[in-house]
Design a protein. Structure first.
Length: 619
């Protein structure tokens, strides 16, 4: 979808008449059905003046194509400014990422990421952003693939001086080489860059071809993903995983089937839901069908990218991984299949302020011919989590979709034992089970006497293969986010920082992150060999009964956002949800390790409770 598409001549006239921002705004409302926010309108007014000045050169033909706010199909991503034309050898579309930034940018240790003070958060480097858009079109647009259309991405920071640094630091060289960045001083450099590729105009026909190109994965992308997966033992299918995989693949490949299919795959920790999901992503892509791997949390997406590529840098396959909030504006049946992992974590609304869309389950089913929901309802860990099988069924019925349900059996995590998980449910008083003792299941569970002792054991185990980490309940504020020297978790003489500061969401596989402590938001959906867990004061034992206390959660934790309001409106529901969320959180943390789990409880009576649970079998 293109909001504004004209020739250079018309664009310059629209800008000279000071009507360009209102013209784009009116077209935006017509094309999207949404009103543009004030900051977007202001950016159009500002940036278009700069682009008009750049294009006022007689060597750039008047019939050169200009497209503004091009929405890439199957995504919510929009390319700010596109210039189309040709030289003596090829037709080219120049993709320009425009930024209003003037200061407040600093280097982040994370690949392709900068710190933006005015946002109060990190954001993508503009060169990476431009490159990723070109990568999407190269990998998914048939017109670009079949007609040899050349794409040249770049970024233009017309208010930002090169003297401010950071943006062109050598740390980002990989991305600035792939998509050059132009600063306030680079007016003539950007103009020359455009003239290198555009000697003849095209009346905008090239953009028309791109906009009407069929969506399909390129063979090179499919082959690349397949080769990454081939021989990777982390993603080998066994037993019921293979059955579910073949069944879903068969549904996705039914070209003559006009009926939507909704598939629910149930499975607890260690059943290999993600293993099946990644295999489906690779094979459906290899079949030439359009698919994506979807999760609410970014941690699984980033970790699986690292596991597939073996690198901690961005790659082409990152476009195959996306968030569950990316489908609010996607047209019906855009995808052949969507693979939704950790579906219990889906939210109702999307966006940074939870103000976009209607319902993520609805939007996912609408966007795809086949929707596959991998789910464990016992892993809902925030008040916003709406992923329930009953609700998925309701939306499947609303779309008259064929509904399919399967269940995976326990395979890997916790030494392949359902016994440990049953004991865990009984110990956390989530479900009453017959497994009141761990028994002889070969799983190493210990209650240690200090957090330092847990940390020392984890560090020792991690030296074997980098598959051991420490996690904790979110009962300590993330103060190191603003003060890098501050310690977040302080218990007596023990102190440590939360993760994310250096390795981001891929911390759980980064060798240097073993000294950091993770939480449920950065480890859910992932597995380790050994896990160390600090149970905070949000879960305490009193006279043999466990009680949840949301007030002991950190102020920076959003899991219980809305709890105070719920407590006033419906106290009994609030109490039930408080217990559900907090106990589920520890169920997730305590089931991350395949071979062992070591815990320390900050509350002495809770510490004794778990020691007592371990000693029962010896009485």
């Amino acid at each position: 979808m293109i909001v504004y598409s004209e020739t250079k001549r018309t664009f310059i006239l629209d800008t000279l008449s000071n009507s360009i921002s209102s013209t784009i705004e009116n077209l935006y409302v017509r094309e999207t059905g949404y009103k543009a926010n004030k900051s977007e309108v202001a950016s159009w007014s500002n940036s278009m003046q700069f682009m008009k000045n750049i294009l006022e050169d007689n060597e750039i033909p008047d019939d050169t194509g200009i497209a503004i706010e091009y929405k890439i199909p199957q995504t919510s991503k929009r390319i700010d400014f596109i210039i189309t034309g040709a030289d003596d050898n090829k037709r080219t579309a120049i993709l320009i990422e425009l930024k209003q930034w003037s200061e407040g940018i600093s280097i982040s240790p994370k690949d392709a990421v900068v710190n933006a003070a005015f946002y109060g958060r990190e954001t993508n480097h503009p060169s990476y952003q431009a490159w990723s858009y070109a990568s999407l079109l190269n990998d998914y647009n048939s017109a670009v693939q079949d007609k040899g259309i050349n794409l040249e991405p770049c970024a233009y920071l017309h208010n930002y001086s090169k003297e401010n640094g950071a943006i062109d630091d050598s740390f980002y060289a990989e991305w600035t080489e792939k998509a050059p960045v132009f600063f306030r001083e680079d007016f003539f450099k950007l103009r020359d860059f455009i003239k290198r590729f555009v000697k003849y105009g095209d009346q905008g026909t090239l953009m028309y071809e791109i906009d009407h190109g069929k969506i399909r994965p390129s063979k090179s992308l499919a082959d690349s993903l397949h080769s990454m997966l081939k021989g990777n033992k982390e993603f080998t299918l066994i037993d019921t995983q293979k059955i579910v995989y073949e069944t879903v693949l068969n549904l996705a490949k039914r070209e003559d089937d006009h009926t939507k299919h909704v598939v629910v795959v149930k499975g607890g920790p260690g059943t290999g839901k993600s293993v099946v999901a990644i295999n489906l992503l690779a094979e459906i892509t290899r079949e030439g069908l359009v698919t994506q791997y979807v999760t609410r949390n970014s941690a699984p997406r980033e970790v699986f990218q690292v596991m597939l590529t073996g690198k901690f840098t961005k790659s082409r396959i990152s476009n195959l991984f996306t968030s569950s909030g990316s489908f609010t504006e996607v047209e019906s049946n855009t995808f052949d299949a969507l693979i939704i992992d950790e579906a219990q974590r889906l939210n109702e609304k999307s966006g940074l302020f939870n103000n976009k869309g209607e319902n993520q389950i609805k939007e996912l089913i609408s966007s795809s011919k086949t929707s596959v929901f991998f789910i464990d309802e016992d892993q809902r860990v925030t008040l916003k989590d709406i992923g329930e099988i009953g609700l998925i069924k309701q939306w499947a019925e609303a779309y008259e979709a064929d509904y399919h349900e399967y269940e995976l059996e326990s395979q890997f995590r916790c030494n392949g034992s359902d016994g440990y998980l049953a004991w865990l449910d009984d110990s956390l008083q989530i479900h009453e089970t017959a497994n009141t003792v761990i028994g002889d299941i070969g799983y190493d569970f210990k209650v240690l006497d200090s957090p330092q002792e847990v940390f020392d054991v984890i560090k020792s185990k991690n030296r074997l293969n980098n598959k051991s980490r420490m996690v904790a309940g979110y009962c300590w504020d993330w103060v190191s986010k603003k003060d890098s020297s501050a310690m977040d978790i302080v218990i007596g003489d023990f102190s440590a920082q939360w993760n994310l500061a250096h390795q981001g969401q891929a911390w759980i596989v980064h060798p240097e992150s073993v000294s950091e402590i993770g939480c449920v938001h950065t480890c859910q959906g992932l597995e380790l060999d050994y896990v160390g867990v600090i149970i905070g004061n949000d879960l305490v034992a009193r006279d043999g009964k466990l009680f949840a206390d949301a007030s002991k959660r950190a102020r920076t934790d959003k899991s219980m956002f809305g709890f105070k309001k719920m407590s006033k409106e419906d106290p009994s529901l609030a109490t039930a949800m408080e217990e559900l969320i907090i106990k589920n959180t520890y169920r997730v943390l305590l089931s991350r390790g395949m071979k062992g789990c070591y815990i320390y409880c900050t509350d002495p009576e809770t510490q004794e409770y778990f020691k007592r649970k371990l000693s029962i079998e010896h009485e």
